[in-house]
Design a binder for this molecule. Structure first.
Ligand code: SF4
Length: 344
């Protein structure tokens, strides 16, 4: 039985971006992440998918300790990652690494590849022979040993990203956050990087939190998929179930618009749902279900009551009023709007 390596419980991250009013100044907040729950099983790839501004990268930065959460908890193998708001201890930092979207800006142009790879080794594995480990890392990611003498700007975009992956591996992590790791690369090298990541996962037993806006990529990579919309997760399922039987109207809208390459995939696509409007500003998130301004199935209750995640089938959850919601959540709405609802 697999164990849960990362547990995210009621996570929130709100940013104050200004103030409104003159005397009673009130903070203007962006609720980048607003009450997220999920868990990662050891050895799996969990794909976290969303449009830009959905909050998925904020989750990545909280997981590696670049941001403190505003509220909620995050546990790594049961250990609170933000206990007492203290700086994360080294043994925990070594376990969780990240690969950023843009390898060009994540590698120091004044350091050689050897120096870049040696830095995490010296901090996290000081007893190892750094040169030997640099050579082992390059071999592991299938780059020539001589690359250790090069500078990042001498490498192609794909090679830079492969060095960023090698740097993440240098600490011997258990969990790697992949934040859009292929979206800045040419299509021709995306497949090579994905295949490398999959091989490394098999060989090293790594767990991946794969953050992307590219839903079609998840079909071949993820074991489970979660969809984010305006700071909240609206659907989570095993990848196979997710693509065969999407439940949330937003997921169905996304899936109905992705290109497919086979007749089988075309047949499995949900009926085309036109995307209506843009994702609203995270500063002015709509009341109730935040997707109600774009949803073809919107009901009156959707504009007033924010639904919670409910099971739609074993291992499949969605956050939507189309699925039975807890009585205590919806009862106040029907008490208040009973007459109007009865007349419609
Ligand atoms: Fe659409 Fe209502 Fe479901 Fe939101 S809760 S996705 S508006 S049907």
């Amino acid at each position: 039985m697999s164990t849960e390596i990362l547990t995210v419980d009621g996570l929130k991250k709100h940013f104050v971006i200004g103030y409104e009013g003159t005397i009673n100044r009130r903070p203007i907040k962006v609720k980048a992440v607003d009450g997220i729950n999920f868990g990662l099983q050891e050895g799996e790839t969990f794909g976290l998918v969303g449009e830009s501004g959905s909050g998925k990268s904020t989750i990545a930065y909280i997981t590696v300790g670049m941001y403190q959460p505003t509220e909620g908890k995050m546990y790594f193998r049961g250990e609170d990652l933000f206990a007492g708001n203290l700086e994360r201890p080294l043994p925990l930092r070594k376990e969780i690494q990240i690969v950023f979207q843009d390898p060009g800006s994540s590698l120091n142009p004044r350091r050689t590849i050897r120096q870049i790879l040696e830095l995490p080794l010296r901090i996290h594995r000081p007893k190892e022979d750094p040169l030997h480990e640099v050579m082992r890392l390059l071999d592991m990611v299938e780059l020539p040993i001589e690359y250790m003498h090069k500078y990042p700007q001498m490498l192609s975009g794909g090679e830079k990203q492969i060095i960023a992956i090698a740097r993440a591996l240098a600490t011997n992590p258990s969990l790697i956050i992949l934040d859009e790791p292929t979206s800045a690369l040419d299509v021709s090298v995306q497949g090579k990087v994905i295949n490398l990541l999959l091989r490394l996962q098999r060989e090293l037993g790594l767990t991946y939190l794969f953050i992307t806006h590219d839903l079609s990529l998840m079909r071949n990579v993820a074991s489970r998929v979660g969809i984010m919309y305006l700071g909240k997760i609206c659907e989570v399922a095993e990848a196979s179930q997710f693509f065969q039987d999407p439940q949330h109207p937003y997921t169905r809208m996304l899936l109905s618009s992705i290109p497919v390459v086979s007749e089988e995939e075309e047949a499995a696509k949900p009926e085309k749902i036109e995307s209506t409007g843009e994702i609203p500003s995270p500063v002015n998130v709509p009341a109730g279900c935040s997707f109600h301004t774009r949803c073809p199935h919107v009901m009156d209750i959707c504009k007033h009551v924010d639904p919670v995640m409910v099971d739609t089938s074993p291992g499949h959850m969605a956050r939507c009023h189309l699925f039975e919601q807890p009585a205590e959540l919806i009862a106040p709405f029907f008490v208040e709007h009973g007459d109007a609802v009865a007349q419609t």
